[in-house]
Write a protein that binds this ligand. Structure first.
Ligand SMILES: Cc1cc2nc3c(=O)[nH]c(=O)nc-3n(C[C@H](O)[C@H](O)[C@H](O)COP(=O)(O)OP(=O)(O)OC[C@H]3O[C@@H](n4cnc5c(N)ncnc54)[C@H](O)[C@@H]3O)c2cc1C
Length: 265
């Protein structure tokens, strides 16, 4: 517990922000507690438990699928809306989380707040072009998920709270493929995670587990979009993986999984 002195249970986002932004408390957001409980920074003095905030809803608003940040993997796995959206990819991902115990506690907000190689939602949300609604000291802001970690002023859990994850309207009828390659189905530590979309105009080949944040194999995507032969696309995909200094079986396996996805076996 290091230096934890206070435990706060706010019931509104406004109250939670007041505690988070008050330097006196040195607060850190805790949702399911599955990650933060394992490594509490020595600087934190207040556990800001957000379980009572109204952030669990999953709904469709303005044509977008909106998932409350405190929705658990289990909520997402069992949500009819998630099961119907984009062929059920989000429920599929949630169901592949290592154990039912973790699925009951772990939230989507906690999964994307900090970079972690093995977290699964970042790969899929990047592939789907998700957005994230945040409560900050200046009010609510909507940012593309892909750029969340690039904004050095936004530190989810330290100076802002993730409220919702939003999936674009067009993704409702799109198809995505998520692949988790791991020693066992219940391993969190994957060799590689992948999410693909072969949309002609905006293909996505996203790679996770090799770096703290997932990345897009941009040159391979461009080659696919212009109708290049499969071997050229695969070469560019391997190059993207080698660019993050990953070689050997993980690079080979990832490329073979894309090869299979493209039907180029
Ligand atoms: C044994 C084990 C197995 C696991 N297996 C998997 C797996 O198979 N797949 C997978 O993807 N992950 C897995 N995880 C990782 C972890 O469970 C997930 O990352 C989970 O989603 C974290 O959510 P949480 O609600 O528990 O976050 P917490 O632990 O409460 O918080 C994690 C971080 O996010 C911040 N945070 C949480 N919610 C918010 C919010 N709304 N706004 C701003 N900041 C926030 C916290 O401040 C903290 O820094 C596993 C973890 C363990 C311990």
């Amino acid at each position: 517990m290091n230096n934890i002195k206070y435990y706060a249970f706010p019931s509104s986002v406004a109250d939670a922000m007041n505690i988070l932004l008050n330097r006196k408390y040195k607060a850190l957001v805790m949702a399911g507690g599955t990650l933060v409980g394992k490594a509490i920074p020595a600087t934190a003095e207040t556990y800001l438990d957000i379980r009572n905030l109204p952030l669990k809803d999953i709904k469709v608003k303005g044509g977008k699928l909106v998932i409350g940040a405190a929705a658990t993997f289990d909520d997402i796995d069992n949500s009819e809306l998630c099961r119907e959206w984009a062929g059920g990819i989000l429920s599929q991902v949630a169901s592949q989380c290592s154990s039912q115990l973790i699925r009951n506690m772990a939230t989507i907000g906690g999964n994307i707040a900090r970079p972690h190689s093995f977290n699964m939602f970042p790969v899929v949300l990047m592939c789907m072009g998700a957005e994230v609604m945040l409560e900050t000291k200046n009010g609510k802001i909507l940012v593309p998920y892909a750029s969340l970690s690039q904004n050095k002023n936004l530190k989810p859990g330290e100076n802002c709270i993730i409220l919702e994850v939003l999936l674009p309207k067009k993704t409702k009828t799109q198809t995505f493929e998520f692949i988790k390659l791991a020693k066992t189905k219940s391993s969190w530590e994957s060799y590689v995670t992948l999410c693909f979309s072969n949309e002609k105009k905006n293909p996505k080949f996203v790679v996770g587990a090799l770096t703290p944040r997932p990345f897009c194999a941009v040159e391979a995507e461009k080659a696919f979009a212009k109708g290049a032969p499969a071997e050229e696309i695969l070469q560019k995909f391997t190059a993207a993986i080698e660019a993050v200094k990953v070689t050997g079986y993980r690079a080979e396996a990832a490329t073979n999984l894309l090869r299979r996805y493209l039907g180029a076996e």
